[in-house]
Design a protein around this ligand. Structure first.
Ligand code: ADP
Ligand code: MG
Length: 363
């Protein structure tokens, strides 16, 4: 078998971006194989755009940025051969769709430009749109045109800065899957910045979590999701509640023999002390009674009181307060049936937890 070329793709070493006293990117190391897509997740102001702009060469930085083994951090932007696509597409309003896509195709014969533009419109699913005015496009179509334009020069690496965040959720879901297919079909290595977890996990081979300019997690979507390296990352990903080990133990969710989480991994459970127990969304279920806990689920050993009940897509959602020594609230899932939908605030419910949806991580 051929050994993998370790110099292939992107390698970032100790990258720092500062604006006066503000440290926007704080010593980031990251490695991405050629052709892979990495999503960088993080709250607003966590340094995502700064990191992206530094990689493509639009922001001064220190540290090293290696592409195919070569340090490009001092190479001028236009010679890096990287591209960038923004949230609002920034299409030229006075040019039609084809002219927008052709924008980056300098020095090509007219017939080659025409065929390349036609090919790209096909790739992004807009065959026949060439002569339309960009003013007539929907938000989703405009972003497809922006993507075609960014891909036109065949960038080795494409940065995408929240490319779908101006679109509504259902469109974003569809387009993020399409975007992944398109980037893969072009073999484009991509850094994809977003603050939307679903989008990041839908689009990426690698997911990174940036908090306060630091890359706090980086790995495959399954790794990052199942083994968040800290309570802070778990919290950002939407885990909750996140319980100190003692509190978890009190209600029967400690990392005892019966409760070694398959999801968080045994290693994680052993290595990390002091540890916290983080419950993934959907981990907590409402059950009819403590004797009716399905095999594989672990009963919560504390009374719980209903605070609020609502019907959601395909299930009933119950917000409940667990009356442990230190009470905390949970969002529990119940099957969509009348008994559960009728639960009154103030009534008692029995809860159980799916241990596969628990991660044990560091405080
Ligand atoms: P994100 O894209 O994750 O929202 P940014 O990279 O835009 O984060 O910003 C990271 C930090 O750097 C923030 O504190 C922001 O206020 C600051 N920042 C970004 N751009 C500039 C700038 N041009 N001048 C000064 N501070 C900036
Ligand atoms: Mg940004």
């Amino acid at each position: 078998m051929k050994a993998k070329n370790i110099m292939s793709g992107l390698k970032i070493e100790n990258l720092r971006v500062t604006y006066g006293d503000v440290v926007a990117v704080d010593g980031v190391d990251l490695q991405l194989e050629r052709g892979q897509i990495a999503a960088l997740l993080g709250p607003s102001g966590s340094g995502k755009s700064s990191l992206l702009r530094a990689v493509v060469g639009l922001e001064p930085s220190t540290g090293r940025i290696l592409w195919q083994g070569e340090d490009v951090s001092q190479v001028p932007t236009f010679r890096r051969g990287f591209g960038l696509m923004f949230q609002d597409g920034q299409l030229f309003a006075h040019r039609n769709v084809a002219q927008n896509v052709a924008y980056g195709l300098k020095g090509m014969s007219r017939s080659r430009v025409r065929s390349r533009v036609a090919r790209l419109l096909e790739v992004v699913g807009l065959v026949g749109y060439g002569s339309r005015s960009v003013a007539q496009l929907s938000g989703g179509e405009a972003q497809r045109v922006a993507l075609a334009r960014a891909l036109a020069p065949g960038p080795a690496l494409l940065g995408l800065d929240e490319p779908l965040s101006a679109l509504d959720r259902s469109l974003r879901e569809r387009l993020s899957a399409d975007l992944r297919e398109i980037l893969l079909s072009q073999g484009t290595t991509a850094l994809y910045v977003t603050h939307d977890q679903d989008e990041a996990f839908a689009v990426a081979d690698r997911v990174g979590v940036l908090i306060g300019g630091r890359l706090c997690a980086f790995g495959s979507p399954a790794q990052v999701w199942s083994q968040p390296p800290s309570a802070q990352v778990a919290d950002f990903l939407g885990y909750g509640p996140i319980l100190r080990e003692g509190a978890a133990q009190e209600i029967g969710l400690g990392k005892s023999a019966a409760m070694v989480p398959s999801f968080g991994g045994e290693d994680a459970a052993k290595q990390r002390t002091p540890s916290v127990v983080a419950l993934a969304p959907g981990a907590v279920r409402v059950v009819a009674g403590i004797s009716e806990v399905a095999p594989g689920l672990v009963p919560v050993r504390a009374p719980a009181q209903v605070l609020q009940v609502g019907v959601r897509r395909g299930h009933v959602q119950v917000r409940a307060q667990v009356l442990a020594r230190q009470p905390f609230t949970v969002l529990a899932v119940a099957p969509l049936c009348a008994d559960f939908a009728k639960l009154e605030p103030g009534s008692e419910v029995c809860l159980a937890v799916d241990p596969r949806s628990i991660a044990i991580t560091a405080e």
